[in-house]
Design a binder for this molecule. Structure first.
Ligand code: ACM
Length: 511
């Protein structure tokens, strides 16, 4: 250490203010100390050795730094004579780090210490650090470029354990690369879940080896008449692994008993007599298809489907859909949800369903996703289920921003960027106990969008607001403060080539 101390120059940093960096989501506590850490070629990253996952976090940070600054920062290998400043990612069992994703950042002149109990916490922490690195270096402080990170302390943890978005890859198919790009943005804003809506009337999007026609027949269509598509199981595993590297869990959804035209078209025995006869559907209607809840063969089919998907899904959840089964008789619907719930349990997953499933007698371990009916959510919560808050009127990313929006629908109303932000998921359903809220989700249905550019137009910038609603304490939620921080996301969005909707409600910080 003596060698590196003698090398160290005294740098006269301009006064900094850690609290004024436009972080999203806003951390619980930020305590500025006015000085700075100079990130430059003399910086190295070290990681705890108690958990091998921490080295991966170090590598991730190093590649973030490389893409933002061009600097090559070594992980766990820098020799002492080259090392002037240190970023240490430390596994800590401190009692202050209560929730698994909590972290503490201590930024000083000669070191940054990131404490986290788990690799997931460390991953959230390096997103904060990534956001703290300025876009531009200061080239006058020393003889080489230095990125000035304000000093101080950040204490942070998420409000909700489940912070999610959903992509409907059924109405229109999105490629693996388009999904990965979305995952990158979710990771940057500290989401931890991506729900994939893998089947619907217009298309079936996941290979099931024991029932190949699902993709051969059911996968070959989409809204508007395009060619559709599907993920092979290898491609799905690739998405799952890519998400897992970013501490994001994939929740697969097979929507049933309604929204099943593409499955029944592939295998007509699944079809329920009261539903419309299956044919290729490229329109946007809902509520006309159903599985037959009374046939044993339907459940042996579903045992295979759920089993194959569960076996390649490391996360704890399986989403059974359950929405808008308008042609299924109520008794049949209830029977169906209860039987499918047992199949999900058999494959060691925890069931999630849209709020209609609360009409059935579901296991209290099941999770109910409020999209439409607060009454259903309350009923489920009283029976012990946890609730995901994703009301269409507030969180549906496919609702148009306003009357001149290019894409989107408006059956739940327009959702301008401020309306999407100015509400509190904890009090949205007044009678719902906070402890029974698992988290928040912003679904993106894809009837009107067919490629990544259109997807991004609807998702951004609203998705960024849902990140804050899911993570930051309610007392920090303030539109006027948020909109300034949102305006400052332009360099990130541009560097990622994300096509965001430049709403006039925000004074975008363009160069
Ligand atoms: C839904 O929007 N039908 C869940």
């Amino acid at each position: 250490m003596a060698a590196c101390q003698t090398k160290k120059e005294e740098i006269n940093f301009p006064k900094t203010d850690l609290a004024s960096v436009p972080l999203i989501p806003k951390p619980i506590k930020t305590i500025p100390t006015g000085s700075a850490f100079g990130l430059d070629a003399g910086t190295a990253i070290y990681t705890s050795t108690t958990d091998p996952e921490f080295e991966k976090i170090g590598d991730f940070l190093s590649s973030n730094i490389k893409s933002k600054t061009g600097l090559d920062i070594a992980v766990n290998t820098a020799s002492e004579d080259k090392l002037e400043r240190l970023i240490y990612i430390n596994q800590s069992d401190s009692v202050d780090l209560e929730s698994p994703e909590s972290y503490q950042l201590y930024i000083k002149k000669d070191s940054i210490l990131l404490n986290a109990k788990t690799a997931a916490g460390a991953f959230r922490g390096i997103q904060t650090l990534h956001q703290l690195i300025p876009e531009k270096s200061n080239d006058t402080l020393t003889d080489r470029p230095m990125w000035v990170i304000p000093s101080g302390k950040i204490i942070d943890a998420p409000k909700f354990a489940y912070r999610s978005s959903m992509l409907d890859v059924a109405r229109h198919f999105f490629t693996v690369d388009e999904v990965k790009k979305y995952i990158d943005a979710l990771a940057y804003y500290k989401f931890n879940t991506l729900h994939l809506h893998l089947s619907d009337d217009q298309g079936w999007r996941i290979e099931i080896k024991s029932w190949p026609k699902l993709t051969e027949v059911g996968g070959a269509s989409e809204v508007g008449g395009g060619q559709g598509g599907f993920y092979t199981q290898e491609e799905y595993k690739d998405i799952v692994a890519y998400a897992a590297d970013r501490h994001i869990t994939i929740v697969p959804e097979i929507d049933m008993p309604g929204h099943t035209n593409s499955a029944s078209l592939s295998y007509p025995f699944l079809h329920y007599a009261g539903a419309e006869t299956p044919r290729v559907r490229t329109d946007m209607k809902v509520g006309y298809s159903s599985f037959d809840a009374k046939k044993d063969t339907v459940y042996s089919f579903l045992d295979d489907v759920i089993g194959e998907i569960a076996s390649i899904t490391p996360g704890p959840y399986f989403h059974i859909g359950g929405d808008e089964s308008h042609v299924t008789k109520k008794n049949d619907y209830i029977l169906f949800v209860e039987k499918v719930g047992k199949l999900v349990q058999k494959h060691n997953k925890r069931m999630i369903g849209w709020d209609e499933i609360a009409q059935a007698d579901i296991d209290p371990n099941s999770v109910v996703q409020l999209w439409n009916s607060a009454e259903n959510a309350l009923k489920a919560s009283e029976n012990g289920s946890k609730i995901i808050i994703s009301p269409a009127k507030k969180t549906y990313l496919d609702m148009k921003y306003d009357s001149i929006s290019e894409y989107g629908l408006n059956w739940a109303g327009y959702i301008p960027v401020d309306v999407g932000y100015k509400w509190d998921p904890e009090t949205y359903v007044e009678e719902l106990a906070k402890d029974n809220i698992l988290g928040i989700e912003a679904p993106l249905w894809s009837e009107t969008i067919s490629n990544g550019t259109e997807l991004e137009y609807l998702a951004f910038p609203r998705l960024i607001g849902y990140a804050e609603l899911g993570w930051s304490p309610s007392e920090h939620l303030d539109w006027d403060d948020y909109k300034n921080r949102l305006a400052a996301q332009v360099p990130y969005l541009e560097s990622m080539q994300i096509n965001y909707y430049p709403t006039k409600l925000v004074d975008w910080k363009k160069e």
